[in-house]
Write a protein that binds this ligand. Structure first.
Ligand SMILES: [Zn+2]
Ligand SMILES: [Zn+2]
Ligand SMILES: [Zn+2]
Ligand SMILES: [Zn+2]
Length: 254
């Protein structure tokens, strides 16, 4: 027979303990939302590693990015794995940034020191190709011709001085066409403005009535090109994709 009088106090203590733990977990959760915890980043890190093993580097990338973007504590081996992922995605410049960070933090002590050195060597040729390519920016993203000016940098646009009207207000009479002068009897006399011959307006001194001016394309700020999201293959692009398409159609006999 079980002696209840003896065992009874324990469940109460357990219940208190369990309640205490639950309270602790809840408050810890509240804390971790306000302030990132290492728990959050190690979970994201293991998710990322799983995706790497599956070969889904795009997904791994999103997990790694969450660690960085949410300012979570960075697990010591994370920069190496992130660098591997970025390498696989062709983001060589980014990859090298994280790899250098990894080597800087861990030195020879890192678990992946040797793999990091191998990755460093693998990064060299693509980084050199980016540096010597004129079609991409230092991060390896391809420049695209600006669609607004078609790469010409400048556009014929409405004169910015007269806003394409060809006339500007006369600055001598402030556009009134009249100037005032006090005579010897201290009476105000009105005179036709001699600068604008009483019109109050003058021909635009910038465009000289042409209404247009050549100025930097606003879309590309006069660069003639915009950065695309395409990773560069360091080869010239076909000049015009629609031209290429037209030619294909002709070949197909349409
Ligand atoms: Zn005037
Ligand atoms: Zn003008
Ligand atoms: Zn442009
Ligand atoms: Zn390139």
């Amino acid at each position: 027979m079980i002696d209840f009088t003896y065992t009874n106090p324990f469940p109460t203590i357990f219940r208190l303990l369990i309640f205490g733990c639950a309270f602790f977990v809840l408050s810890f959760d509240g804390y971790s939302q306000a302030r990132p915890s290492l728990g959050g980043s190690s979970r994201l890190m293991s998710n990322a590693m799983t995706e790497m093993e599956r070969g889904d580097f795009e997904k791994a990338n999103t997990y790694f990015r969450q660690i960085v973007e949410n300012n979570l504590p960075i697990p010591p081996e994370m920069p190496y794995f992130f660098a591997e992922t970025l390498f696989e995605l062709g983001q060589f410049d980014n990859s090298s940034v994280f790899l250098e960070k990894y080597l800087e933090i861990n030195g020879h002590q890192g678990d992946n020191f040797e793999s990091a050195i191998i990755l460093q060597a693998k990064l060299k040729p693509p980084l050199e190709a980016i540096a010597s390519c004129r079609f991409c920016n230092p991060s390896g993203y391809r420049y695209a011709a600006c669609p607004t000016c078609d790469g010409k940098r400048q556009l014929e646009q409405d004169c910015s001085f007269c806003r394409g009207k060809g006339l500007v207000g006369c600055n001598k009479c402030m556009g009134r066409g009249l100037t005032t002068k006090k005579n010897i009897f201290n009476i105000v006399e009105y005179h036709e403005c001699d600068k604008c011959s009483g019109d109050g307006r003058l021909g635009c001194p910038r465009c000289d009535g042409f209404l247009k001016e050549f100025s930097d394309c606003r879309t590309c700020q006069g660069q003639g090109r915009l950065l695309s999201e395409e990773i560069c293959n360091h080869q010239a692009e076909p000049r015009n994709m629609s031209q290429k398409f037209e030619r294909l159609k002709q070949v197909a006999g349409h």
